[in-house]
Design a protein around this ligand. Structure first.
Ligand code: FES
Length: 112
């Protein structure tokens, strides 16, 4: 099973973490399954950017980014060339390292 290494994040995992999940699992699901409560405001339907992660190793293993994800990422806080929406980044066989950005912007949220 591929291993996901998560770099330390002050809120979600202060000392960093290493988890594993079967290929075909999204990074977001794998994090949540392991009690790393990354935001996922649109319930993983590629409609927000709160699940944004920066892939530090293994970026290519996630395959192509589709247009919807690309457009959303353009609005993400702290965008980097290896940014992905973690709910759309599906694990293959390779180990990966991800960093959860310090902030997120919720484009799906509306105040009433
Ligand atoms: S949870 Fe909204 S895009 Fe991933």
């Amino acid at each position: 099973m591929p291993v996901i290494k998560i770099l330390p994040h002050p809120e979600y995992c202060p000392s960093g973490a290493e988890i594993s999940a079967p290929p075909g699992t999204s990074v977001c699901e794998a994090l949540l399954d392991n009690h790393i409560e990354i935001e996922h405001a649109c319930e993983m339907s590629a409609a927000c950017t709160t699940c944004h992660v920066v892939v530090r190793e293994g970026f290519e293993s996630f395959g192509e980014i589709d247009e919807i994800e690309e457009d959303l990422l353009d609005r993400a806080w702290g965008l980097e060339p290896t940014s992905r929406l973690s709910c759309q980044a599906i694990l293959a066989q390779q180990d990966v390292t991800v960093e959860i950005p310090r902030y997120s912007v919720n484009h799906a949220k509306e105040k009433h």
